[in-house]
Each structure stands twice: as C-alpha cells, then as structure tokens.
Write a protein of this length. Structure first.
Length: 120
C-alpha cells in the first residue's frame, strides 16, 4: 500500500537509518567504476563498428578492383587477338606478295624469252 502511495505522489521516504559514510563512499567508487566500464564498453563498441565498416569498405574496394582487373584482362585479350589477326593477315599478305613477285619475275622472263624468239 505504501508503494502505491509513493508511486501516486512520487514521494520517497527512507524507512531505515542512514548508512555509514564508508558504505556511501564505496557505492560512489563502485558507481564511478561502472561509469568507466560503460564508457569503455561504448568505446569498444564504437571501435568494433568502425572496424566492421572499414572491413566492409575494404571488401567492396577489393571486389571493385577484381572487377576492374577482369575488365582489363578482357580488353587485353581483345587487343591481343586483334594484333594476332593483323599479324596473321600481314604474314599471309607477305607470302602472297612474295608469290606475286616470283610470278611477275617469271612472267617478265617468259615475255623476254618470247620477245627474243619472235625476233629470230
């Protein structure tokens, strides 16, 4: 009943005697240590959140870099294939030109021989 009345009027009255001063000092010291512990827990929690955020950022950066590396590799493959095709066509063109020049030399030789036999 007394508790109900206390809640209604928000009045608290000590029933027992006042505690000794050394108990009060002990409670103050204990309360102070609890505050320090709470602050330490808060700082540790903040540090953990920062570490998790940093880890997430680093993982995202790693994924981005891996994607960029894959993209650059694809581009490099395309460039290499393009130059391989050019080199292949250049080799084919060179061999064709070589055969063409041999053919022209033979044709010129045949024409010279034919011209000589025409005069005889």
């Amino acid at each position: 009943m007394l508790q109900e009345l206390e809640q209604q009027c928000q009045f608290v009255q000590w029933i027992d005697d006042e505690w000794p001063s050394h108990v009060g000092e002990s409670f103050k010291a204990l309360w102070k240590e609890m505050k320090y512990a709470r602050r330490a827990v808060d700082r540790a929690h903040d540090a953990l959140e920062d570490a998790m955020l940093y880890t997430e950022q680093m993982l995202n950066a790693r994924q981005t870099m891996e994607e960029e590396v894959r993209h650059i590799k694809r581009i490099a493959r395309r460039v290499v294939l393009a130059y391989q095709k050019k080199a292949m066509f250049a080799t084919i063109d060179k061999s064709k030109l070589q055969y063409l020049s041999y053919f022209l030399l033979i044709l010129v030789g045949v024409l010279i021989v034919f011209a000589i036999f025409q005069k005889i």
